[in-house]
Write a protein that binds this ligand. Structure first.
Ligand SMILES: *[C@@H]1O[C@H](CO)[C@@H](O)[C@H](O)[C@H]1NC(C)=O
Ligand SMILES: *[C@@H]1O[C@H](CO)[C@@H](O)[C@H](O)[C@H]1NC(C)=O
Ligand SMILES: *[C@@H]1O[C@H](CO)[C@@H](O)[C@H](O)[C@H]1NC(C)=O
Ligand SMILES: *[C@@H]1O[C@H](CO)[C@@H](O)[C@H](O)[C@H]1NC(C)=O
Ligand SMILES: *[C@@H]1O[C@H](CO)[C@@H](O)[C@H](O)[C@H]1NC(C)=O
Ligand SMILES: *[C@@H]1O[C@H](CO)[C@@H](O)[C@H](O)[C@H]1NC(C)=O
Ligand SMILES: *[C@@H]1O[C@H](CO)[C@@H](O)[C@H](O)[C@H]1NC(C)=O
Ligand SMILES: *[C@@H]1O[C@H](CO)[C@@H](O)[C@H](O)[C@H]1NC(C)=O
Ligand SMILES: *[C@@H]1O[C@H](CO)[C@@H](O)[C@H](O)[C@H]1NC(C)=O
Ligand SMILES: *[C@@H]1O[C@H](CO)[C@@H](O)[C@H](O)[C@H]1NC(C)=O
Ligand SMILES: *[C@@H]1O[C@H](CO)[C@@H](O)[C@H](O)[C@H]1NC(C)=O
Ligand SMILES: CC(=O)N[C@H]1CO[C@H](CO)[C@@H](O)[C@@H]1O
Length: 637
């Protein structure tokens, strides 16, 4: 019996790809590849271009399948896709917001996946299979990281008893209250980060955070994937076969002490091949596999490092806000002697690095292209949570003209309102960025202010923005865009879907870090319902899937001067924002259980109360956490 259990365990522990050269968290020296490690961001990488070609061949059939199952009238899916000048490129993006965002996002993603039970019949199943890009930020990056690094697993598989996302005990005590188990856990994490330090790399809180996250996201791997790197995706069958979309993780670049807003942040993306930014401040990409290597203007000294791009560290870098969780310890009522222990430990870090993921060495040292002197001069690169500039949905990589994205499905699980519901703020922030230097000529459709989002029920059902490309030409007026071939027809239509309660009050505090399986599954189910118009029962006529089809084909139709079908016209009337505004103050919103309507009341937990709740509920865990952090850092310094 015991043997069987061990065998089963071994089968479950998958080891798919080659890992870090040391097969552990510690980066190691490797031979350098030919050529520079860094390139200018004036095009896609050759690797991505090549991959896209392969994906498109797979996509074509999947897109036809999806459209055929969408019951669109007066439309020949096969003819359209086979004769398209540009086959529609679909991007899907998941916002940040901690575990709430990961789980709501998981439900929304499952509604797009034909591997979900009922996914095709009740949802938009097959859309994921027809997508080119899958982007995640912070909590959304935990979702994307989980799916991508676990052999493109499905949310259905995870719910059906996979060992992933066992969130019951949170990060603090994954072994439950089993002290020995937890002690091992703290010990292992401590050893891992110590080994990186011993190898000569400076640490930041994100090293600890990323390792802790890995125990929940990559728990299928032995040692919680301590040696699993982001770049191993390049060798994963599901990626090489073009079975999965191209995963993108978004974080922000920021100098210590600096405040960033949407207009001046440096948006970094990490994809299976590269890490870097399209923004003028850096305007370069580094081969992600060789992060940690000393480079000057893109050139190594002949010795390269690999294994730095640890898969937990990458998603940890996108979610550094949670370093703050560690630091909030003194706002809780823990005994003061522990607070002072804490202060002592954190004293090892300079204050400006609290919410920073430190990348040493700086891949963009002395790059000739970037115009941000502080970044270029620094020996380390500082990366922070992708949502710190207010753009909580990872849209920027999908707006880059080089990527030719036609439609973006943007899932917003932010906590904007007092009661932790989204109100479109993240779209506003992305809109505001254009026309400013760091926007570098990219265009984003018109969106209204956050009051309008609530007042006009734009978060009550999926809302389409930028439905009419012709109306976007005015956005090009103020632009210094030198790219003549970039026009309004290259600006994606945005299908925006906000978190909403259908069968579950999913406006949970960002800081809640542990979930029972039952609650986890209810949030996922609610996410499915949010993304599918309550399993396509919300409308008298089941036309939502057809309307999504209309959004997908829109830009290609516009480019070719093709008229929409009557069905699509009706869809656009129903789902497109029509430009109306209602900026009046609303007293607050109570979304009723079926999510479709809204009234004057509030519900859920106020963000301002979330912290108090955290204190009340989380106090024991915080105590555990302080011990954890204490152990880890005492061991490392
Ligand atoms: C990855 O998933 C595919 C199914 O999509 C399966 O055929 C394959 O065996 C899996 N690979 C590993 C290493 O688990
Ligand atoms: C999902 O869609 C893909 C591509 O269209 C197809 O190959 C696969 O068989 C489908 N899976 C299910 C379970 O329907
Ligand atoms: C397909 O659409 C037609 C008309 O738009 C409708 O009568 C029919 O019920 C739909 N079929 C399905 C399976 O949704
Ligand atoms: C909607 O469909 C999903 C996926 O099949 C299912 O889990 C959920 O229970 C359904 N919701 C309702 C209200 O029927
Ligand atoms: C960004 O803008 C904020 C607010 O105006 C300012 O405090 C900050 O210094 C700016 N940062 C950079 C990098 O320009
Ligand atoms: C060259 O770079 C490697 C890391 O990329 C570093 O370990 C090594 O010390 C550097 N050598 C010199 C002579 O600077
Ligand atoms: C927590 O501690 C830091 C540094 O010790 C201090 O600056 C901050 O004000 C404290 N916060 C609270 C709420 O006590
Ligand atoms: C809109 O955002 C502003 C700034 O964050 C906030 O003060 C205001 O309460 C928000 N309005 C609504 C209706 O959510
Ligand atoms: C159309 O463009 C105008 C500016 O020319 C803008 O104010 C309006 O919001 C746009 N309408 C839509 C629906 O995007
Ligand atoms: C928004 O929804 C509420 C509740 O269903 C409804 O009373 C109101 O008329 C709607 N507002 C608009 C502009 O559609
Ligand atoms: C919000 O609406 C629901 C359903 O109508 C109701 O049960 C609940 O009491 C309301 N919450 C508050 C705080 O009014
Ligand atoms: C379209 C556009 O403005 N592109 C600019 C982006 O930033 C780089 C670096 O500053 C410029 O060289 C491009 O012209």
């Amino acid at each position: 019996m015991k043997l069987l259990v061990v065998l089963l365990f071994l089968v479950q522990v998958i080891r798919v790809y080659s890992w870090s050269p040391t097969n552990s968290y510690k980066p190691g020296k490797v031979d350098c590849p030919d050529g520079d490690l860094v390139r200018t961001a004036d095009s896609l990488s050759d690797e991505e271009t090549k991959w896209l070609k392969g994906r498109q061949d797979v996509l074509k059939g999947n897109l036809i399948d999806f459209l055929l199952k969408s019951n669109m009238s007066d439309f020949d899916a096969e003819d359209f896709v086979n004769n398209a000048k540009r086959i529609p490129t679909i991007g899907v993006a998941f916002s940040g917001g901690g575990y709430r965002a990961m789980l709501c996002g998981a439900g929304q993603l499952s509604a797009l996946d034909n591997r979900t039970d009922g996914g095709s019949e009740k949802g938009l199943g097959g859309l994921l299979q027809a997508s080119t890009y899958l982007a995640g930020l912070s909590g959304g990056s935990w979702l994307v990281g989980t799916i991508a690094m676990n052999n493109f697993t499905s949310v259905q598989d995870i719910m059906d008893g996979n060992r992933i996302w066992k969130l019951k005990h949170g990060m603090l005590d994954p072994g439950g209250w089993n002290v020995i188990n937890d002690a091992e856990y703290y010990d292992d994490i401590s050893d891992d980060i110590q080994s990186k330090k011993d190898a000569g790399f400076e640490l930041s809180l994100t090293d600890t955070w990323g390792r802790a996250l890995s125990y929940q996201l990559y728990s299928n791997y032995s040692n919680a994937a301590s040696g699993l790197t982001w770049s191993t995706l390049q060798e994963a069958d599901v990626f090489k076969n073009y079975e999965m979309p191209f995963p993108l993780v978004v974080a922000d670049g920021r100098a210590p002490y600096e405040t960033i807003i949407s207009g001046n942040s440096t948006i970094m993306e990490i994809n299976p091949f590269e890490m870097g930014s399209w923004d003028p401040s850096i305007y370069s990409f580094m081969k992600v596999k060789y992060l940690g290597t000393n480079v000057k203007d893109g050139k190594s000294n002949g010795t390269c490092v690999a294994g730095y791009d640890n898969a937990g560290f990458i998603v940890g870098s996108s979610s550094t806000l949670f370093n703050q969780f560690v630091l909030q310890i003194n706002t809780t009522s823990i005994p003061s002697f522990l607070k002072s222990v804490f202060k002592d430990i954190l004293g090892h870090f300079s204050k400006e690095n609290d919410d920073i993921a430190l990348y040493q060495a700086n891949p963009f040292k002395d790059v000739s292209t970037g115009d941000n002197k502080e970044i270029k001069d620094s020996d380390s690169l500082y990366v922070v949570d992708g949502g710190e500039d207010g753009q909580n949905i990872p849209l920027y990589p999908l707006l880059q003209p080089e990527r030719h994205v036609d439609v973006v499905f943007a899932y917003d699980n932010s906590a904007d309102t007092e009661f932790s519901w989204p109100d479109g703020t993240s779209l506003m922030k992305s809109y505001e960025r254009q026309g400013q230097g760091q926007g570098n000529g990219t265009v984003f459709p018109y969106v209204p202010d956050n009051a309008t989002f609530i007042n006009l029920n734009l978060t009550a059902k999926p809302t389409f923005f930028g439905c009419d490309a012709k109306n976007l030409t005015s956005l090009f007026d103020n632009h210094s865009s030198k790219n003549q071939s970039y026009s309004a027809y290259d600006v994606p239509l945005v299908v925006y879907t906000a978190n909403r309660p259908f069968s579950y009050e999913s406006n949970i505090s960002t800081f809640k870090l542990s979930y029972e399986d039952a609650e986890r599954n209810q949030i996922i189910k609610n996410g499915f319902e949010t993304a599918s118009r309550l399993n396509r029962t919300a409308d008298e006529e089941d036309d939502f899937r057809a309307c999504v089809g209309c959004a997908i084909i829109r830009r290609e139709q516009e480019r070719n001067g093709q008229e929409q079908s009557d069905q699509c016209k009706a869809c656009f009337k129903k789902y497109c924002w029509d430009g109306k505004l209602d900026t009046s103050d609303t007293p607050g919103v109570n979304f009723t259980q079926n999510g479709l309507t809204s009234g004057p009341q509030n519900n859920g937990v106020k963000t301002s109360e979330a912290r108090a709740l955290l204190e009340k509920e989380g106090i024991l865990k915080m105590l555990g956490y302080s011990a954890f952090v204490a152990l880890t850092f005492v061991f490392s310094f």
